[in-house]
Structures are given as structure tokens and as C-alpha cells.
Design a protein. Structure first.
Length: 269
């Protein structure tokens, strides 16, 4: 039996462009793991069984695909201990899938090579490959073409999930996007901001999320966040703070508005 954390992510930036030939949008995004995690346990078993989260589809689908790619029997029992809110723009399902893939692959007599595992992960969802490599990364193409980034990590993250937050599916949010004009300029702004990001406060220069907005971002900045934005397609919102005490004060102020978590960047996973 092996057990590992499956960390959530935030999109420090998300610039969206025109629709590609495959029907997906061109994106440029900066993804950062945070220390808000599900827990995944994998053990060998006579058949494939996923427990702990009744709504799971992606972990089961991922391990069935792994078994098919490895020409092995899908013989694993997986337990998911959920802490990352579902359908919030924090990548919990993709992280669960990546963690389960990595742990299950290690149990095989002939594990898939790293490049094959990454290709398999990419076929399961654009965010899944991100969770196979620690550290912040730049995603391009449909988001699954990844490059490691050296970014400051010395800040605290306040995540807010507004009360009664509901969103359409991520695919519907992308389908409704109509802001392709100016993509190259926004892309250039993002890349220039990354080049100059040597201190945590420099992350404030990253462009805002193209897909989603929230009035909470302005409130977080008023409460002391040096950067605040929506993560992914939302509805979760985050604020970055230099000091934990300031993040805690903001969390106390926003608790009536939704669920809150104070966390930090994470390199594991």
C-alpha cells in the first residue's frame, strides 16, 4: 500500500486565445501547486475499485487506461480522501488522477516510462500532466505543453470558495469565451511579467484571468493581497499575501462570504 498527497493548484495567470483545430482554445497559463491536498492510497487488488468519493470518474478512467497501456490487469484498490473542493477551478480531480497514476504505475512489473505516462496523462485531461512534475510550470498549447518555472515561493495563499458558488462545466465556460482579440498582446504581457518575477510582489504584474472574474478579487486586494484572481474557470478565488497574519485577517473578514483556506505554495506531488 502506498499513500501520497494530491495537491490543488491555482492559476497565477490564465490567458486564453482562439480556438485550435482540435476544438480546444489556445492558452498560456502559470500553474502553482498549493498545500491544500486530497490524499490518495493505492494498493494492489483483484480488480479495480475506487472508494471514498462516490462522484469520481477520472481516477477510475485513468487507471483503466494505465492498465490498457501497460497490457496489465486493472488490479488496484484506490481510496480518495477529499479535501480540495470539487469543481472549483483548483484541479482536484486532475491531481487525484495524476497521483493515482503515478502510484499505480509503480506497482507494475513493467512500469510505463516517464514519457509514456505523461502522454497518457495528457489524453485524460489538460491539467493532469502538470501534477506529475513538482514546482510551478508554464502551460501552453491546450495547457498540457509544460515548462518548469523558477518563481518566488515566499508568500501565503488565501483561497476563498464563495457561498453557493456554482459554475458551468469548464468546457462550457471555454465555449462561451469570446475574448480572443488581443491574445498575442496579453501573452506577451504574461511572459514579460514572468521574466521580471524575482520577488513575490512581482507576481502582481501578471495579467488577470481571461476566463472568469469575481468581485472578491477587489476585496482581497483591499484586505492586503498583493495579487488576487480567480483560479482556472472558477469559482474559487485566491489572494497572495506577504504575511500570514494579513492572510488570516482577510480570511476572518471573508468567512461570512464562503469557505476559506490559508495555505502556501507546495513543491511536492
Amino acid at each position: 500500500m502506498t499513500r501520497a498527497p494530491a495537491p490543488a493548484k491555482i492559476n497565477l495567470a490564465l490567458v486564453v486565445g482562439p480556438t485550435r483545430a482540435d476544438g480546444k482554445h489556445e492558452v498560456v497559463t502559470v500553474m502553482q501547486r498549493i498545500d491544500l491536498c486530497d490524499r490518495i492510497t493505492v494498493e494492489t487488488a483483484p480488480s479495480l475499485d475506487v472508494d471514498g468519493f462516490a462522484d469520481d470518474t477520472i481516477v477510475r478512467r485513468s487507471l483503466a487506461a494505465l492498465a490498457d497501456a501497460a497490457r496489465a490487469q486493472p488490479g488496484w484498490r484506490v481510496t480518495i480522501e477529499k479535501h480540495v473542493p470539487v469543481a472549483a477551478g483548483l484541479g482536484g480531480g486532475s491531481s487525484d488522477a495524476a497521483t493515482a497514476l503515478r502510484l499505480a504505475n509503480e506497482t507494475l512489473e513493467q512500469p510505463l516510462a516517464d514519457n509514456r505516462l505523461r502522454a497518457l496523462a495528457g489524453s485524460l485531461g489538460a491539467d493532469v500532466p502538470f501534477f506529475l512534475t513538482p514546482g510551478p510550470q508554464l502551460g501552453t498549447g491546450d495547457g498540457s505543453d509544460l515548462a518548469r518555472l523558477d518563481l518566488p515561493q515566499d508568500y501565503f495563499v488565501l483561497v476563498v470558495l464563495p457561498n453557493d458558488a456554482r459554475k458551468s462545466s469548464t468546457s462550457d465556460v471555454y465555449a462561451a469565451f469570446a475574448g480572443e482579440d488581443g491574445f498575442e498582446e496579453r501573452r506577451a504581457t504574461l511572459l514579460a511579467a514572468l521574466d521580471g518575477a524575482t520577488r513575490a510582489r512581482d507576481l502582481a504584474h501578471l495579467p488577470p484571468n481571461d476566463l472568469a472574474t469575481s468581485p472578491l478579487t477587489g476585496e482581497l486586494r483591499t484586505l492586503g493581497a498583493f495579487r488576487a484572481d480567480v483560479s482556472g474557470a472558477g469559482p474559487a478565488v485566491y489572494g497572495l499575501f506577504h504575511h500570514r497574519a494579513h492572510a488570516q485577517s482577510a480570511a476572518d473578514a471573508l468567512k461570512p462570504r464562503g469557505r476559506v483556506w490559508i495555505t502556501v505554495p507546495a513543491w511536492y506531488g
